[in-house]
Design a protein around this ligand. Sequence first.
Ligand code: PLP
Length: 438
Amino acid sequence: MNRYRQSIDKFQEAKAYVAGGVASSLRVSMKPAPLYVRKAYGAIIQDADGHEYMDYMLAYGPLILGHAHPGFNERILEALRKGSTYGMQHDGEIQLGRRLTEILPCAEQVAFSGSGTEAVMLALRLARAYTSKRKIVRFYGHYHGWSDAIFTSFPSPDFSSARPTEGNSDIVPGTNGQSRSSLQDIILLPWNDPEALEETLTQHHHEIAAVITEPVMCNSGCIAPKPGYMEFMRELTSKLGIVLIWDEVITGFRMGLGGAHERFGILPDLVTIGKALGGGIALSAVAGNREMMRLIEEGTVMHLGTLNGNGLSTAAGLAVIEELSKEDGQVLKDMENTALRLSDGIRSVLGRNGHQVVVNQLGPVFHVMFIDRTEVNDFDTFNLRDTNLYTLFAEALLHEGILVRPNGLWYVSSAHGEKETEKTLLAVERVARKIAVH
Ligand code: PLP
């Protein structure tokens, strides 16, 4: 009897009605099968076959307070009792707007939307309108959502099910059906490479509206910027009249309540936040200086969305901020310590068992890579990792009750503490002995 029988059967059933059987293409890549969930609480998620897992996937990042956090749920239920959405204004928008401008150093104003993809779309639009230029510089290995404006393919096991066949330029579209013309405005550069940045921006600044970057390359190896790189990017973009957008959809709230830009002490012009901001409810925002955000007030840049700023989402944002602000931010510090202990532990357990690994950790997020290197600091090196071995590792961990993403990125929530860390490291030890050393 297959231990994932219910999930396998349900996936087959879903395929009759739901295109591809899953609601977001990435989810199909889970091995041995896309799991169906019965319920989840704290750090635990239970599948349709009744197995419980320690969850380090955390719905791809939003669940910074874990599943079904009581304080969070209370605030959501309270909001729901007053109606879910009005298509009109309410105090929750003012309160969340005010809190975000207090918390995020770059924010003089914010604009709400429902997903990271939408926030990035708005930030790009603001940058183009503000500069009257069209080109956008983005980096290999970064991900900024799936809109036609910015989606390009990059190798990752998560994206193994995507097989676009269209396009033959340097920039490979993320999917068939994507508008070719939108990608003509994209310039792709290697990240953490100040020379490449300087050369391109200096030569093409008259047509470049914005540089968009993840402040930490969380989507490919959790790679931190080299010392001075982000400062250099800030200086150069300011000097050349180019808008600097930090995509903090992952790092927002995770690298600190004020995001990575507070942690690194750098002020981008615009920041996008999502995922953890809503704690599992659809919510994202663009935050920026008044000079740029005023384009929305003037009506020259349109910002639309039926469900933008709905009562559930603003209650969710406020609840996450309230929980993370408790005890002078101790919750975030604890989370970061948990991630540190876990990543150190995984590195040493795997190393002790003969595996060559690099584990990059920054804040409550880390990336585990099987690789014949001592460090991974750029996308080219990241691409040398053994993805097949990691797939085996992830699958074996699942059997041991540990749920991780197939691409190697682990998220930690406030529900993960010492007990969870210990249990996880014991499971990693058992798995490390089982999987073959290449
Ligand atoms: N930006 C970054 C850095 C992301 O990691 C993601 C999603 O993983 C997005 C944008 C897109 O966010 P969403 O999936 O909410 O549209």
